[in-house]
Write a protein that binds this ligand. Structure first.
Ligand code: SF4
Length: 369
């Protein structure tokens, strides 16, 4: 029996129609395995879920929009939730038909996160996406007509051949679609993806990527979006509740292949091998009780990703430390350089153009570790 309430859950759906060239996620599993996978997933949920009323449920992937509405129903129906529960599904643009969108709405899904990535058709092809820019427009309109108002679009910057102006056009197009939430990710070429062994030409250098990031901050701000987390921008009250729970170190279940979870102080992950997972969906690959030191580091590391930053009183009370004293040297260094800003409640990374702390977050955050 769980000791504390866990009111968020993540479900991983690992299927994709093909593999995008930049993707190193556990995804792209053949759809032949879909029925067996869902059976295993439901078994895992039955075994671990304690029946809490969820505040957030997130169906991610992979490509969850490759599931049929009745398959999604079987999964969602396992959980207790109410009309305030944020239920998100990740979709790809070319899966959205009118019937599917209406079906999602009927299931109680109230937030859709779509991988747009770029509005340039040549770029979409080059990075291995299997949709066009017009399909992004069409699918957003279909979702809106079906009654979805909480739509998020993902864009990638730093793509091969992408110029500052091309990225500006992408941002303008996303904004013109009137979506409530935008996630922006710099291209990262990790081991395991196609680009890792077939490095594309004409990748924008780090300086251009930084300019793209700063420009995104300015354009989204001018258009009424709040930059509430390093990579995320939303209209007021439309931040992702599910992801905010991660950044606040809240507990969450993770169900499905390679899913991660955090329950009763234990961070765990599931097998990454589909056969292994399907044979025994209740066995964890890894599980570790988080020590107080690790928890403190997570609170700083994840908290500083948020625009509001960290609350020092909360941290001092919870960990029985004097934060200002313990991190005196690091604080002095980055307050002086301007990359860290003192707030009413603690500290946050600077979002200024001259001394942007988010751009240096890897270095600054590792100093706290
Ligand atoms: S980026 Fe998304 S759609 Fe593309 S292969 Fe990876 S998980 Fe699938």
């Amino acid at each position: 029996m769980s000791q504390t309430q866990t009111t968020s859950a993540y479900i991983h759906i690992p299927f994709c129609r093909g593999k995008c060239n930049y993707c190193s996620f556990i995804s792209g599993i053949s759809l032949d395995k879909k029925t067996g996978y869902i059976y295993s997933l439901l078994k895992e949920i039955d075994y671990y879920y304690q029946g809490e009323e969820l505040k957030t449920l997130y169906i991610g992937g992979g490509t969850p929009s490759l599931l049929e509405v009745d398959e999604l129903y079987k999964i969602i129906n396992k959980f207790n939730y109410n009309t305030n529960t944020e239920i998100t599904i990740e979709v790809n643009p070319n899966d959205i038909t009118e019937d599917f969108a209406v079906g999602l709405k009927t299931l109680g899904i109230n937030r859709v996160s779509m991988g747009a990535q770029s509005f340039d058709d040549k770029t979409l092809k080059l990075i291995g996406r299997r949709h066009t820019s017009s399909e992004i427009y069409e699918s957003v309109n279909i979702l809106k007509n079906a009654g979805f108002e909480n739509i998020s679009l993902d864009l990638i910057y730093g793509l091969p051949n992408q110029t500052l102006d091309m990225f500006r056009q992408d941002l303008k197009k996303v904004i013109s679609l009137g979506v409530k939430h935008i996630s922006l990710y710099g291209l990262k070429i990790d081991e395991g993806c196609y680009f890792y062994s077939n490095m594309p030409e004409n990748l924008p250098n780090e300086d251009i990527q930084a300019d793209m990031y700063l420009m995104a901050g300015e354009i989204t701000n001018k258009n009424g979006y709040e930059h509430y987390e390093i990579s995320n921008y939303s209209k007021p009250n439309y931040n992702s509740k599910h992801n905010t729970n991660y950044w606040k170190c809240g507990q969450y279940y993770g169900f499905g292949l390679s899913a991660h979870g955090y329950v009763d102080g234990i961070r765990y992950s599931n097998p990454t091998d589909i056969e292994k997972y399907m044979q025994n969906p209740t066995s964890r690959e890894y599980g570790k009780f988080i020590t107080k030191k690790e928890k403190l580091e997570e609170r700083i590391f994840l908290g500083l990703r948020l625009y509001k930053g960290i609350n020092i009183d909360d941290i001092n009370n919870e960990f029985k430390i004097d934060f200002d004293e313990k991190y005196k040297n690091i604080l002095e260094k980055y307050l002086l350089s301007g990359h860290l800003v003192k707030t009413d409640i603690g500290y946050r990374l600077s979002d200024s153009v001259e001394t942007n702390g988010f751009l240096l977050s890897n270095i600054i955050l590792s100093d706290f570790m």
